[in-house]
Design a protein around this ligand. Structure first.
Ligand code: PRX
Length: 645
């Protein structure tokens, strides 16, 4: 990654009016818990005020604001209506085919009340889990908030995931209800969702009692009488009155599955009061939100954590007006996003480096055709942003006037952790720079000693934070082992990082077997186990190789079974197999059929060496291999198969 020396101070008018000023860092550092308690009190409405800010008596199990009670949905909805902002637009929805829907806070509140009554009629109550498998339509947010209103936890499963992925998530969370749609629009066509739900639930052995189906595309879908219900009919019949009960701050709000180093995806558990405090604070701090005048647009799907925190909970709790767009950036043409910015007067755009790089490839004459002068702040999330993309984003999209916030965080952290405060910090292209006020991080070496001299090390979080995950659903040991066993009482994030001479943090990518493809997390283990589940495959190794557009791409190396009846196009068949087993995002870019895999004497696959091959580099030190000639053979095989491409 090239590092430019140039820094960009905040424009003076922006700095003068910014929500967060320089003194906030010092204030938070002087009294960290007092700082968060004040944020929780001033940014949220509590039915029962809390008296204790943090209980860290049983690490790593934190309890924030534990004796306080609140209702998360009331905080996102009713309180804004009661404050006289019922007519403010909460969501400008733009469907991919061009249909639009505007929901004010008053209307959204009524929809959520009806949906809460509907779910309550189906037997959903505090402590239950509801699976949500929807496209990017307002019903996704409505469903999430309806669960929150009842004190039930949602488990949103990304609509691009397969039936198998959906089944394992439904079963792990023991969801009683699934909320889905007939389909959604993507790349100009309706695509189905309900068929995947039917497939996931086929075979009967499932905790699901009800499937509620939103009609989005009007496609014909199979119907299981007794189990399947129409969202539209139930909602119309449900009462628009619903008094929200307040729940303890530590009541579970959601489970969201994410890939880890080993085994099946982990159900990351988030709770209510601490999560909502940090989500809301970051809207005002990182995005400098002015709810009366800003139009916020986060392009992430609600199926990912970014969509949870910066489409549903953060913007709505902060009382923002936001845009929600259903489809892809190039439908019907490559100017779609910029037409959306122009049409709604978007002030704050939050997207991923992979999208920025794709727009760069398409050419700057496309955004140049639109009026983007409403923009005043740009955000980036999901992976390190290369300085070239950062500079392009600033100049072409931001017209050289918008600060860029490069926001580092994770599914596990719940909300922003490392972000240059836009009115305070001189930004550096490619660096996330500083922990937000109230958050304490370090870069350490393998022994846990702090590194400051620019050397690469590991990013750790040294103090508990309000939006931190409360565990891995159903598996406390995995929670300890994954995040808290490397260093004592310190959270290990799994990211490599270094600090420069100014103390600014630069991220260097994952240090474990987690890949980052277009800002989405995938584990090598997950894709390898999908490959070996195919009849033709004896062994598989997967690596993430650097990719100009998507950050990383999935490259697989497989050994076929001796008796495999593999045709010419086995590589293509295996790509398709992974795509349908896990989801299209997991599809390997290339599958190389090889005779051997590089293994140590103890049998561990050395992915590092395969990565060298995948990235077309000289193969690194292979002296610990059981058979050091293996890499020569693999390199030759890969070269000759690449030559055939
Ligand atoms: O490696 C880091 C990378 O994405 C990982 C978290 O992925 P996920 O849980 O899917 O959440 C993505 C959206 C928050 C991190 O461990 N990552 C995320 N944001 C950045 C980043 N790496 C560098 N810079 C970022 N701004």
């Amino acid at each position: 990654m090239t590092e430019t020396q140039e820094t960009f101070p905040p424009p003076p008018e922006f700095a003068a009016a910014a929500n967060v000023q320089a003194d906030e860092y010092a204030r938070a550092r002087e009294d960290r818990l007092g700082f968060w308690a004040e944020k929780a009190r001033t940014l949220l409405e509590w039915e029962t005020p809390f008296t204790e800010t943090l209980d860290w008596s049983n690490p790593p199990f934190a309890r924030w604001f534990a004796d306080g009670k609140l209702n998360v949905a009331r905080n996102c909805l009713d309180r804004h209506v009661e404050a006289g902002n019922g007519d403010r637009v909460a969501i400008h929805f733009e469907g991919e085919p061009g249909d639009i829907r505007t929901l004010t806070y008053a209307q959204l509140t009524e929809e959520v009340k009806r949906a809460a009554n509907m779910l309550a009629d189906l037997g959903v109550k505090k402590g239950d889990r509801v699976a949500v498998y929807l496209p990017m339509i307002p019903e996704a947010t409505i469903a999430m908030l309806a669960c929150a209103r009842l004190g039930a936890a949602h488990s949103v499963v990304f609509g691009g995931f397969s039936a198998d992925a959906l089944r394992s998530r439904i079963n792990d969370a023991e969801a009683r209800v699934v909320i889905t749609a007939d389909g959604g629009y993507r790349r100009g066509r309706p695509s189905g969702l309900k068929p995947a739900v039917d497939e996931a639930l086929a075979g009967g052995d499932t905790p699901v009692e009800h499937v509620v189906v939103v009609e989005r595309t009007g496609q014909d879908v199979a119907w299981t009488e007794g189990r399947d219900k129409k969202w539209g009919e139930l909602l119309a019949a449900a009462s628009p009155e619903h008094e929200a009960e307040a729940f303890e701050a530590e009541n579970p709000l959601f489970i969201l599955y994410t890939s880890g180093t080993t085994g099946s995806p982990k159900g990351i558990l988030h709770t209510s009061g601490g999560y909502l405090t940090q989500a809301t604070y970051s809207m005002f701090a990182s995005f400098d939100l002015k709810p009366e005048t800003d139009v916020f647009w986060c392009t992430a799907d609600v199926g990912w954590v970014t969509g949870h925190t910066y489409v549903t909970y953060g913007p709505l709790s902060a009382g923002a007006t936001q845009v929600m767009y259903e489809g892809t950036p190039d439908t019907p043409d490559k100017g779609r996003w910029w037409s959306v910015v122009q049409k709604y007067g978007v002030t704050t755009l939050y997207t991923a480096p992979t999208a920025i790089r794709t727009c760069m490839k398409w050419g700057e004459d496309i955004p140049a055709q639109y009026d983007l002068s409403s923009l005043r702040l740009l955000g980036s999330v999901g992976e390190p942003i290369n300085p070239e993309a950062w500079l392009w984003y600033r100049r072409v999209i931001g017209g050289d006037r918008c600060p860029i916030v490069d926001t580092w965080w994770q599914t596990e952290t719940g909300a922003h952790m490392i972000v240059p405060m836009p009115g305070v910090v001189d930004t550096k292209p490619g660096s996330s720079q500083r922990a937000i006020p109230g958050i304490e991080v370090k870069v350490v070496d393998d022994e846990g000693a702090e590194l400051e001299g620019g050397e690469p090390g590991l990013l750790v979080i040294t103090e508990p934070w309000p939006a931190m995950l409360r565990g891995v659903y159903g598996d406390p040991q995995r929670f300890r082992d994954t995040y808290w066993s490397r260093f004592e009482n310190t959270y290990f994030a799994g990211d490599g990082a270094r600090r420069d001479e100014d103390g600014d943090i630069w991220f260097l990518g994952r240090v474990d077997d987690v890949m980052n493809v277009s800002g989405h997390r995938l584990s090598t283990a997950e894709i390898e186990s999908s490959l070996v589940a195919h009849d033709a495959v004896a062994e598989a190794a997967v690596v993430g190789a650097a990719d100009e557009t998507s950050g990383q791409s999935v490259i697989a190396f497989v050994i076929l079974r001796a008796d495999a009846e593999a045709g010419e196009d086995i590589a293509e068949e295996l790509r398709r197999h992974v795509g349908s087993d896990i989801g299209p995002i997991a599809k390997p870019k290339r599958v190389h059929v090889v005779d051997e895999l590089p293994k140590t004497r103890s049998g561990k696959i050395m992915r590092r060496l395969l990565k060298d091959v995948a990235e077309h580099r000289a193969v690194g030190d292979s002296s610990t291999l059981a058979d050091s000639s293996v890499m020569d053979i693999i390199s030759q095989q890969v070269e000759s198969s690449s030559a055939d491409d």
